[in-house]
Design a protein around this ligand. Structure first.
Ligand code: BTN
Length: 325
């Protein structure tokens, strides 16, 4: 492990360390400690330097621990996981899996988590802000044989899996905004990106990437281009490792269910978590912008919008909720 990551491990508990003691433990000079400390800002970490006391992180970090995650996996799901890597830094956990594990055998899975993503990807080509150690960045690659009804509903089913995982660890009021944004207290808490390798009608591999904001550091929060939220009010009560395991369990459970029955078995639950049904929205589609009232989702997962006296289903697009008036 590099000096930089050993330094983060030392600082992770959030208490003060003098430059001298850090230098001793890392086997480097105090000047080199100072240089390393300054470089932590590039990872999105916020370090306080106080004369006479030393250095500390602005808040403590629970670092990812592969052993803790694997121990918390349900045996029935762990048995189909061929690998579960925990990395310090990657461009993107989804791109890493795409390079390294595709094609995946039907019914088998590979998982990858990273403390930091240097090129985290969001939907519609947006970046996903991925500072070190404070949020979750997780991807799961899964092999499908053939899926009843195709893969079009998979991203909605993945949203249900993320809400289930959050509920299981005590976050009860997370909801879904079509197609698969996870909202919490008015902002986007988590996002899902589904990448497909192969043909959606035959054997293929999918990579589902999930980012969950847990404790977004103030120094990167300003770079996020949409209203967001995080789980910072639960800080200390929700373990990143346990949430990661809960997410893996729920994703594998969902993928098995989805392989047999497609989206059908998830529709009722998706509708229960829907936070935009009944709202007036503008939907940007490839053909233009539609203004209308959301009437929920259809059996294929399309968004039903009532506009100018008729209801139509849309299968892609970006929603903005319009404020009354
Ligand atoms: C969205 O824009 O709503 C989707 C965000 C998905 C982010 C996750 S973080 C883990 C995985 N790796 C990536 O590069 N993106 C996804």
């Amino acid at each position: 492990m590099t000096t930089r990551y050993r330094l983060i491990q030392l600082l992770a508990d959030g208490t003060f360390f003098s430059g001298e003691s850090l230098g001793q433990q890392l086997g480097i000079s105090r000047a080199a400690v100072w240089k390393q400390i300054r470089s932590l800002a590039d990872l999105g970490l916020d370090v306080h330097a106080v004369r006479g006391r030393g250095y500390r992180l602005s808040s403590s970090l629970e670092l990812l621990d592969q052993a803790v995650i694997q121990q918390a996996l349900a045996t029935e799901f762990a048995s189909c996981l061929d690998s579960c890597e925990v990395m310090q830094s990657l461009d993107s956990t989804s791109d890493h899996l795409k390079r390294c594990v595709v094609p995946v055998q039907p019914g088998r899975a590979h998982a990858c988590l990273a403390e930091w993503q240097t090129a985290g990807r969001g939907r519609r080509g947006r970046p996903w802000v991925s500072p070190y150690g404070s949020n979750l960045y997780l991807s799961l690659a899964w092999g499908f044989d053939a899926v009843p009804g195709g893969l079009s509903g998979l991203s909605l089913a993945a949203g249900v899996a993320v809400v289930r995982a959050l509920r299981l660890i005590g976050v009860q009021d997370a909801g879904l905004k079509w197609p698969n944004d996870i909202l919490f207290r008015g902002g986007k808490l988590a996002g899902i990106l589904v990448d497909l390798a192969g043909e959606s009608s035959g054997p293929c591999s999918v990579i589902i990437g999930v980012g969950i904001n847990m404790n977004m550091p103030a120094n990167v929060a300003g770079t996020i281009s949409q209203p967001w939220s995080d789980l910072s009010e639960f800080q200390g009560r929700i373990s990143r490792n346990i949430l990661a395991a809960s997410l893996l369990n729920e994703m594998v459970r969902m993928l098995r269910e989805f392989s047999c029955q497609g989206l059908t078995g998830f529709l009722d639950e998706w509708r229960r978590y829907d936070v935009i049904a009944g709202q007036t929205v503008s939907l940007q589609t490839g053909q233009g912008t539609i203004l209308g009232k959301v009437c929920g989702i259809d059996e294929q997962g399309g968004l039903q919008v009532s506009s100018q006296g008729s209801i139509k289903s849309y299968h892609s697009g970006e929603i903005s909720v319009r404020l009354a008036g």
